[in-house]
Structure formats: structure tokens, C-alpha cells
Design a protein around this ligand. Structure first.
Ligand code: KIV
Ligand code: ZN
Length: 389
């Protein structure tokens, strides 16, 4: 274990994840997810895009004021107004506040979206880093659509932003276009050709349009990336982003061939996944890796027999390792407050006393009508009683 390289987990559920159709969250909901990400022990929480709306600004500010462990990032385009606004919200996190600025570098984006040439984009990127440096040294730069960028230009941009003071350089596959072997080569090329590359951490940010976001991120890690950007349940623009739970559990489970690890407290994965689904209303598909309802179910008789004899015949990780307690207490009308509170905590709900009291009354009423209370019932009670009040 001690030889593993630690990979930083940059969670962007509250920013890119929120860009999923239908996933927008209010401040209170974002704060609940942020607390859960803190329990999960991610390294960085990207809390939002402060200039995008007053609500997003307030959410980033509140998270920067409240969350203590992880660093807090806010996204901004490469211009003074965006950067100043981002820091206004992030400053409450002090040195844990990270300015994350970006500009597109591919020919197609420069021509049609920015109407800028390479030199203009390069100058704008450097100017943005210089602006951010007025506030902090914790600066991440993203070369949007890096994968479709001419490699010699990407190399120039990366070198220039590191010289200007960027400490994390993100190489996004913005449109989910690359494949693992190609992405490995891109990251290896940058590592071998950018002279000052060791002064910064290489980050990757993969979208899932071809279902390859996790595989591409793993390839990048093998090529030397030190940070992976991902989201809970893989939510995000279009087909989503690299799924945090899949990436983290792959590194844990296949440590024999992948000598990397993360600081994620994996036993919080399942409660976090559920909490996000409950808040956004976006359920995960039953066969979703790691957190899907069927991920630890065994249907075929041969499989059931195997699992009864020895779990590892058909299970490569334990449900407990992701916080799915299969021996959970069955809640019903005879259950007491203690069991009720414990199950809520396992599901990631940490309620104030008065909220717990209200939820417990609702639980007892429902338990009189139903034989067994499932986790989904508890989610519904919390959503009704606590979230929507
Ligand atoms: O997909 C992307 O390129 C992004 C950047 C802003 C990092 O989300
Ligand atoms: Zn993205």
C-alpha cells in the first residue's frame, strides 16, 4: 500500500454535474452534498461557477465559509470580471480557495466560439493567471477541448500558464472524444515535452460521450496525471463525467495492477450516491457499476450458490466497502428512534434534533401503514419534511 501514488480527487458534482439537464440544486441542497463530499474525503470540491448566477455565487460562498476539509474551487472564464467574482465567493476558504479558470484551445472552438487565434488565446490565458495571482497561488487552468487541440499549441499553452503561476493544469476531454491509448499518449507527450511540467499537477477531466470517461482517466493516471476530475454517479453535461465511484473503486480493487490510490473514504460512496439521486431526482440505472441497484444482486442459481459458498466467486468488492450494509436493520413500526437515526446516518443524513423529531413522527405514521420501511421511504420522508420546508 505504501508504494501507491496518491491521486487527488477533484469532485465537480456541484458544477459540471449540476450542468446535467434537470440537476440544478438550491443552496441548501448544494450545501448538503458538500458536507457529504467532505465526509467522502475528496481533495477538492468544485462548488460552482460564481458569475453564472447570484444563486451559484451564494452557494460557492456558503460552501467556502462552511466546509473545512477539502479545497473549494470556483470556475471562471479567462477574464477579469469572472475571476474577481469567483474570488469574492472563494475568499472565505482562504488558502483552500482555488480559482479555476479556463479557455478553449482547439481550432474548432477558437474559430467558431471565441473568434480568436492561437496567440490571442495564449495571451488571454496568461493574463487570466496573472489576474488570479492577485488573490491566491492556488490556481488551476483548463485548456477546454484539449483533446482536439493541436499538440504543439497545447504544449505552448501548458508551458506558458505554468510559467505565469498555474499550479494545476487540467487537460479536459470536453466532448468525450478520446480513447485510452490516445489519451495516454497526450499526457505522456506533455510530461516529456513541457520543460516546466514538474512545477504543476496534471489534472484530467473526461466526459463520457462514448462511455470511456473512466477508462480514459485511468489511462491518464498511468501516464502521470495526479488529479482526476469526476462526479458522483457520473452526472454532468450530456452523457456526463467520469464517475467518482467507478474510478475510486477501480483503483482500490485493482491495486495489484494499478499502483495508485485516493484518500476517498469509500464507505460513504453509496450514501452519497443516494443523496444525490434523491436531491436531483436523477436515479442511477439499475446495472450501473458500483452503485446501481443490481451491482451486488445475484440472480442466476449458479451465481447465488457460488456467493453463498464464498462471496468472492462473483463479488470483486464487498458491498460494505461502499457503505451498502446488506445486513441492515429492518425498520418497521416497532423500531425505535435509535435504529431510525442510525439508518439515516448510514444514508448520509445528519439531522438537527428538531428535524429528527419531525422525521421520526412521519416514520411512525408510515410504519403503521406499511410492513417494512425501505431506504426510499426514508429518502421521501427527509425530502418532504426537511428539504422542502
Ligand atoms: O469539459 C470541460 O472542458 C470543462 C472545463 C470548464 C473544465 O468542464
Ligand atoms: Zn466538463
Amino acid at each position: 500500500m505504501s508504494e501507491n501514488k496518491m491521486i487527488k480527487i477533484f469532485d465537480t458534482t456541484l458544477r459540471d454535474g449540476e450542468q446535467s439537464p434537470g440537476a440544478s440544486m438550491n443552496i441548501e441542497e448544494k450545501l448538503r452534498i458538500a458536507h457529504q463530499l467532505e465526509r467522502l474525503n475528496v481533495d477538492v470540491i468544485e462548488a460552482g461557477f460564481p458569475i453564472a448566477s447570484d444563486g451559484d455565487f451564494e452557494a460557492v460562498k456558503k460552501i467556502a465559509q462552511t466546509i473545512k476539509g477539502p479545497q473549494i474551487a470556483g470556475l471562471c472564464r479567462a477574464n477579469d470580471k469572472d475571476i474577481d467574482r469567483a474570488w469574492e465567493a472563494l475568499k472565505y476558504a482562504k488558502e483552500r480557495g482555488r480559482i479555476h479558470t479556463f479557455i478553449a484551445t482547439s481550432d474548432i472552438h477558437m474559430k467558431y466560439k471565441l473568434q480568436m487565434d492561437e496567440d490571442q488565446v495564449l495571451a488571454t490565458a496568461v493574463k487570466a493567471i496573472e489576474r488570479a495571482k492577485r488573490y491566491t497561488d492556488n490556481i488551476e487552468f483548463s485548456a477546454e477541448d484539449a483533446v482536439r487541440t493541436r499538440l504543439p499549441f497545447l504544449e505552448r499553452v501548458v508551458e506558458a500558464v505554468i510559467d505565469a503561476g498555474a499550479t494545476i493544469v487540467n487537460i479536459p476531454d470536453t466532448v468525450g472524444y478520446t480513447v485510452p491509448s490516445e489519451f495516454f499518449e497526450i499526457i505522456a507527450y506533455l510530461r516529456n515535452n513541457v520543460p516546466n511540467i514538474d512545477k504543476a499537477t496534471i489534472s484530467v477531466h473526461c466526459h463520457n460521450d462514448l462511455g470511456l470517461a473512466v477508462a480514459n482517466s485511468l489511462a491518464a493516471v498511468q501516464a502521470g496525471a495526479g488529479q482526476v476530475e469526476c462526479t458522483i454517479n457520473g452526472i454532468g453535461e450530456r452523457a456526463g463525467n467520469c464517475s467518482l465511484e467507478e474510478l475510486v473503486m477501480t483503483l482500490r480493487t485493482r491495486n495489484d495492477v494499478l499502483p495508485y490510490d485516493t484518500r476517498v473514504a469509500t464507505e460513504h460512496i453509496y450514501p452519497t450516491s443516494r443523496m444525490l439521486s434523491t436531491i436531483t431526482g436523477i436515479m442511477v440505472q439499475p446495472n450501473k457499476a458500483v452503485v446501481g441497484a443490481n451491482a451486488f444482486s445475484h440472480e442466476a442459481g449458479i451465481h447465488q450458490h457460488g456467493v453463498i459458498m464464498e462471496k468472492s466467486t462473483y463479488e470483486i468488492m464487498t458491498p460494505e466497502s461502499i457503505g451498502l450494509n446488506q445486513n441492515k436493520l429492518v425498520l418497521g413500526k416497532h423500531s425505535g428512534r435509535h435504529a431510525f437515526k442510525q439508518r439515516l446516518e448510514e444514508l448520509g443524513y445528519d439531522l438537527k434534533k428538531e428535524d429528527l423529531d419531525k422525521a421520526f413522527v412521519r416514520f411512525k405514521t408510515l410504519a403503521d401503514q406499511k410492513k417494512e420501511i425501505f431506504d426510499e421511504d426514508l429518502d421521501a420522508i427527509i425530502a418532504d419534511e426537511i428539504i422542502r420546508v
